[in-house]
Structures are given as C-alpha cells and as structure tokens.
Write a protein that binds this ligand. Structure first.
Ligand code: ZN
Ligand code: ZN
Length: 387
C-alpha cells in the first residue's frame, strides 16, 4: 500500500491555511472529482475519497492539531481498524448541501421534473386540445374561440397552499432542507424529504379556496387563428398557453390537434380534392356541360361526346390552399359516373329500342371489336374439341 499523502498536499493548501481556505479548497476539489461527475472513473473515486478524508481531519480543529503534531498516526483512531471508511466516517455529508449549493441538487436530485415537489421553479405541463373543424374551415382558415380547463395559481393563497393569514411551519423531518440524506452502500444519497415532498415547509392550515393544493381549476378563453391549408392531425403550438408553472416557473405550451370533419361531396388528399359526379347517359353520348361544385362556387365542365364512364377531369387550382403559402392551391379532380336511365315507361323503352336499332356497328366500336375477338376464340376452341 502506498504511503499516505500529506493532507495539506491533498487539499493543495498551505499548512497555515485558514478554515475558510480549507473549506474552499475542499469544495473545489470535491466538485471536480465527485463520482457523479466521473461515473466509472476509479482514479477519480480514489481521489475523492482522499480529499474527503483530508477534509474530515483538517476541518476539525482538534483532529487538525493532532495531525499537525503526530501526522497520520495521530489521527488513526479517528477511523475504524481499516482506516477511513467513507460511509461511516464522513460526517460532513449533511453539510454538502451548504457546500455545494445548487450544484449538489444536480448531482443527487436528477433532472427537472423529477423534483416536482421541490422548492425550485418548475415548468407547467403542456396541454393538448382536440378541435374539430369543417372541411372549408380547414381549407381557408378560421378564427375559433376555445375554452380551456386549466389549473392556475390559487389567487387566495398565491399558490402557497396555506390559508391566508396563517404561516407554514418548517418541516421537522428535514429541517427545512427539503431533502434527507440516507446511506446507500458506499455513498450517502440525498433524497427528497418524504414528509414535506421536498418543499421544506409544512402547511398547518390548508387554504380553503384550493384545499392546500396551491392551484385552482379555471377556464381560459383562447382565440385560435387557424391558418388555411390545415388537415386532420395538424398541430398548432401556442407557446406559454399550457398549465402555469409553479413557483414562478415557465408555463407549458398548448397543442391544438385538429380534426377535419368529412365532407359530403369532396374527399381530400393533401392539397388535392376529389369528387365523383354522376352524368346522364345522354350527356355522355352527345357531349355537353355539367355543373361542378367547387370551394369557390359553381364551375362548368364540358364533357366531350362519347365520354366513357369513370373518365377523370382536372380543375387546376380549385383544390386546397397550401399550408403556409395559400396562394398555391391543389387541384380538384372530377370523375364522372355515367348514369344509365332507370324506371323507363313502356313508350320510353319503345323509343329507346327504335333509336338503338338505328345505330350501326360503328356506334359501338369497342363492343364490336371485342365480340369479333371473342367469336374467333370460341371458334378455335370448338375446332380443337373435335376429334
Ligand atoms: Zn389556495
Ligand atoms: Zn421535509
């Protein structure tokens, strides 16, 4: 085992150093070599133990005098038979809070949010609000007022949770620190005080307005500006419109998630719109104009003579405005569905028959071409079947 280093050397101070100088030196070195900042680094851990041991002796006037006169031998009895044992012999852990201040909270307290009950400011929660809007509102944007249930700082107790006029008591369990130190193996750990939930104070008479919670439910009206081009699933983020933070913490954000109601005429795919329009057989035969509903009013669409069923037409720029650039718009796609006449009377049927009897084969080129191919096929089959 290597010879023990001189305690003054370890703390990098002169033999004449004042208590304050020793304390400062220790704070600086302990922060540098603290195991939480050097996870898994064995050398740092050894160094931290060495620093802690030196501080244990030099910060105590009696032990320091013993050490000055007799060296390491003089303070051997300060420790157990195996020498310095951090978890047993280090009595300054409870002082670490004072030594390290806020930094120590970072070491042991974890990140923000874990210490919800602590005395530190904490950011308010984000809120989600689901809003249903009409197809046209999604296309062109709309202003909507929503009422949001939020929790706000109780105005009666100003968030303290104590009945106005009464005082809080310092938590006896943790002495107001909000944290307690427990041994866990080699190191002592600092944990949130279970009695006061880290607040360091106990409410003796809870506020009647909020029941001691420090917050009350409120309804907040917010006017939303929904831009043109949004779709189902679009999210609007309203910075700072979420739950208010506790103890002067930042408020959270509000996310409005949009749901667009289906339209009875149009379907939508991105910025393009789709619409199926029934067209009378006569229009399909002879050609003509049909009326097409669009977001901008009625439009005319001309159908050429002999149009087939399911033919697609595109009306450019009659779709949905692009989100963030509403001068760009998608297209409206129209698919025609040719309607065959139904519910014909006897005389109507007679006239139709007369009409179609007058048609030549050229009137139905596809039918004739198909029938020819089909007949040829059937002929071949017949011949091959013959023995
Ligand atoms: Zn209150
Ligand atoms: Zn406490």
């Amino acid at each position: 085992m290597a010879a023990k280093r001189d305690y003054y050397e370890v703390l990098e101070v002169a033999r004449t150093a004042s208590d304050e100088e020793i304390k400062n030196a220790y704070r600086k070195l302990a922060m540098k070599y603290h195991p939480d900042r050097n996870a898994g680094n064995k050398a740092s851990e050894e160094r931290f133990k060495e620093i802690s041991e030196a501080y244990e002796i030099l910060s105590d006037a009696d032990k320091r005098r013993q050490y000055d006169r007799f060296g390491h031998e003089g303070v051997k009895s300060s420790f157990g038979p195996n020498g310095f044992d951090f978890s047993r012999d280090f009595t300054h852990v409870s002082d670490l809070q004072d030594l390290f201040g806020g930094i120590f909270e970072q070491f042991f307290g974890g990140g923000e949010g874990r210490r919800s009950g602590s005395t530190r400011a904490s950011r308010g929660a984000d809120l989600r609000y689901d809003l249903e809007i009409e197809f046209e509102e999604a296309a062109f944007g709309v202003e909507r007022e929503i009422v949001l249930p939020v929790s706000e700082e109780c105005p009666a107790c100003r968030g303290s949770g104590a009945e106005p006029g009464t005082k809080k008591e310092t938590c006896k369990h943790c002495g107001g620190r909000g944290a307690v130190v427990t041994s866990s193996g080699f190191f002592r750990m600092q944990q949130e005080c279970p009695v006061c939930s880290g607040r360091g104070e106990i409410v003796v008479r809870p506020c009647r307005a909020c029941g001691g919670a420090g917050a009350v439910k409120a309804r907040r009206k917010i006017t939303l500006k929904i831009p043109p081009g949004v779709d189902t699933g679009s999210r609007l983020r309203l910075s700072g419109k979420g739950e208010s933070g506790s103890r002067n913490g930042q408020p959270g954000d509000l996310y409005v998630v949009l749901h667009v109601r289906p339209h009875d005429i149009f379907q939508r795919q991105g910025e393009d719109m789709f619409c199926e329009i029934p067209v009378p057989l006569s229009t399909a035969m002879l050609g003509g104009e049909i009326k097409v509903p669009t977001l901008d009013g009625a439009a005319r669409l001309s159908i050429e003579p002999g149009a087939e069923n399911a033919r697609m037409y595109r009306l450019r720029g009659k779709g949905i405005p692009e989100l963030g650039n509403d001068r760009n718009r998608g297209d409206l796609h129209v698919r025609i569905r040719i309607e065959t006449p139904k519910n014909l009377s006897g005389s109507q049927k007679k006239k139709v028959r007369e009409l179609f009897d007058a048609f030549s084969g050229a009137c139905f080129p596809d039918v004739n071409a198909f029938n020819r191919r089909a007949d040829e096929f059937l002929d071949r089959r017949k011949k091959s079947e013959k023995p």
